[in-house]
Design a protein around this ligand. Sequence first.
Ligand code: NAD
Length: 421
Amino acid sequence: MTLQYTSPSTIPKIVADLRASFRTHRTQSLEFRKEQLRALQRGVEEFRGEFEAAIKADLNRSSVMDVSIVAHTIQGTLDKLDDMTADRETAGLNELDKSFVRLSPLGTVLIIGPWNFPVMLVLDPLIGAIAAGNTCVVKPSEVSENSSAAVTRMLTKFMDPTVVQVVNGGVEETTVLLKERFDHIFFTGNTMVGRIVMEAASKHLTPVTLELGGKCPALITEHTDIAVAAQRIAHWKTLNAGQACISVDYVLCPKNLQEDLIKSVIGVWHEVFGKDFRNSDSYGRIVSKKQFDRISKLLKAAEKQNKIVFGGKSEAGNLYVEPTIVTDVTEHDELMQSEIFAPILPIINYETFDEALNIINGQEHPLSVNLFSDNQDQINRDESLPFGGVGHSGMGRYHGKYSIETFSHSRAVMIRNQSGL
Ligand code: NAD
């Protein structure tokens, strides 16, 4: 299935129409917002089968997780919308005043999505945007074309076109879209494109939420339950073939625990996918030839250094990359220069806990750090992050009430008694 791109010349009118629609105030009432959320809920239910087939075609994996998270978020938002949007009373300046904070929708917002969770990562922010009372342009990724085509059909069929519009395309179309003025831009994607989005937003002083990537480490210590850590690391490295923003990117492990860890990780992979990863029904594929070529270079560099201890095979024809473990990795290796986003697990050895923390701190801020330990001193020294990054992994946060706050202006309202000054 091919994704039909939006003609760039139509984009300014799409945005202008949504802006005019917002100005009618029809999206302001909670009942209207709930109707939109219910419409989205019906759409997601009706398109379950289509999403499954599309994600299978794009990434060779199941859509169960993506769709269930979206369905759960819609229901949770519907259940709590009244509470989440209620005025919050604050202390007045004096006893004659009444003051409160009211969440007001921002206006017309833009959501730009990535290809790795192509349904969930546009619909999840959309729930927040419409629950907060905005009108919205959704720009799914052109790379996951089957999933983005399914999302487009679903939104076109179920959502009010004066509230939600979909724009499809690649760099050219998105560049035109970014010239428009929005009241908020919610971007999920890589750090380099995040910079482009923020630069475009700055021309209009538009606030942005940037959900970016990074290198998320896993830290193994003498206080780690190796079986538990192996289970989780193995899972993250192969979920969506390692193409997830909070996938474990690399492991820091003392040399004496390494053999045990490697054996356990391989054991979990075989348990889940069988002996033959390539022919497993549930083992994912790399999304595109471009990504495959990037990953092949990483594999070749590791192979040249004789550092691959497990896996290493790949097949351009069906975009297959075997789960791979690389040892004796240093911070200077190719694998440590940027986010891996593939089922390749580098292991870096360290001697002291401080040395491990220095390696993590030597990188840009990751989205998450996974410390496997039952030692409270070690846990206390691990900085945990809320969902949403910091520094090069992004800015802003979302999910639940944070999504509504992201797409709202916290307006200070003071009601002053007429008899005073
Ligand atoms: P990407 O940045 O290449 O693409 C994201 C979107 O930006 C797409 O819709 C694409 O069309 C658009 N785009 C690409 N180049 C552009 C340009 N030059 N100008 C304007 N728009 C452009 O990201 P991706 O490869 O689709 O996704 C993978 C990245 O996303 C990884 O870095 C991953 O860590 C990150 N990610 C982050 C989160 C999170 O929640 N923080 C979630 C998923 C993915």
